[in-house]
Design a protein around this ligand. Structure first.
Ligand code: PCA
Length: 321
């Protein structure tokens, strides 16, 4: 009798404890990046909504898995959830890099339209791999960091330019520079060791990497808004009780709205921070702007060739909006 009672008491205590789940979440980006602040808040909201039954531990700066491994780690369930730059999946399908074609969509309104047009196909591609897309958030419009003033594309001749995906590699080539892949967290070292001397990225990543320590000019081209996406292993997601799945979906919807707002605020504030730290911030010269537009057209044509009918359908839907 005593034994039975203690067994019941044990089960009553153990029951809720056993239902507690912790998910490790991998992201390549630093704690201070607005994307990481956003997913940290997402994690807190999930914990609150589930009364602590589902907690998410954010591992920033590639500390759980490096950027190139994160997507496959989530697919294999090594990490149930993760964040990656969507365009890093370009080698799988050109659709993933539609947001990194220069000047196809500039500004938040166009970026959102492009996302609306591409979301169904991208969500499906991920679903085919056992991945559920929770939400996407864009980085601010991309500009170009250099040591010297940029008169036109000839300024890039002979320079090593940092790239973070296939599209930025192609951009560097078209500018006459030599591309080198460098993760966001390695930017300061890549500049200080002379591996690179120029880069295209957002004002946010310029601030996070303290670009004023190694460059002096920011050409505010606002050429494209690449997105981060938060993905979850579908099997791990479906194994959760329904209330926890609902909590995730609701927190994800909030994180998406909040993230787009944060990005727009960042675009202003981070650009101002670059100037406050002594950088010369200016739009591209007329000559450079014309060259950049031409590069954008070349890259759009190349992308459409690679992406075939599926790509054409996305661009048609985007332009019809
Ligand atoms: N920051 C990331 C991706 C795009 C951006 O603005 C990076 O530079 O790696």
């Amino acid at each position: 009798m005593t034994r039975q009672i203690s067994l019941i008491a044990f089960l009553a205590m153990a029951g809720p404890a056993l239902a507690q789940t912790n998910w490790d979440m991998a992201t390549p980006y630093a704690d201070g990046d607005f994307h990481t602040r956003n997913i940290t808040q997402f994690a807190e909201e999930v914990a609150t909504a589930t009364n602590g039954q589902l907690t998410i531990t954010v591992h920033s700066s590639g500390s759980l898995f490096g950027h190139p491994e994160i997507k496959d780690s989530v697919r294999k369930g090594l990490a149930p959830i993760g964040e990656v730059l969507m365009s890093r999946l370009a080698n799988e399908d050109p659709l993933f890099e539609v947001d990194s074609v220069p000047f196809l969509a500039t500004g938040y309104e166009q970026a959102l339209k492009l996302w609306d047009a591409s979301e169904p196909a991208i969500t499906q591609k991920l679903a085919d791999q056992g991945l559920t897309l929770l939400f996407v958030v864009p980085w601010p419009g991309q500009g170009i960091y250099t040591k010297d003033a940029v008169s036109d594309a000839s300024s890039f001749q002979g320079q090593n330019m940092r790239a973070y995906n296939a599209a930025t590699e192609r951009l560097a080539q078209l500018l006459g520079a030599t591309p080198t892949q460098v993760e966001a967290g390695d930017i300061p070292t890549a500049f200080s060791t002379g591996r690179v001397s120029a880069m295209a990225t957002s004002p946010s990543t310029g601030v996070t990497s303290q670009a004023w320590d190694f460059t002096s000019y920011y050409t505010d081209a606002q050429a494209w808004l690449p997105k981060n996406m938060v993905i979850v292993n579908t099997a791990a997601f479906e194994a959760l009780p329904e209330d926890q799945r609902t909590a995730i979906i609701q927190a994800a919807a909030q994180a998406e709205t909040r993230g787009w707002d944060m990005s727009a605020v960042e675009a202003e504030e981070a650009t101002a921070t670059l100037a406050q730290n002594g950088m010369t911030v200016a739009p591209p010269s007329e000559a450079f702007s014309t060259e950049l537009q031409a590069i954008g057209e070349t890259m759009t044509t190349e992308w459409l060739e690679r992406a075939g009918d599926a790509g054409r359908a996305v661009v048609d839907a985007y332009r019809a909006e």
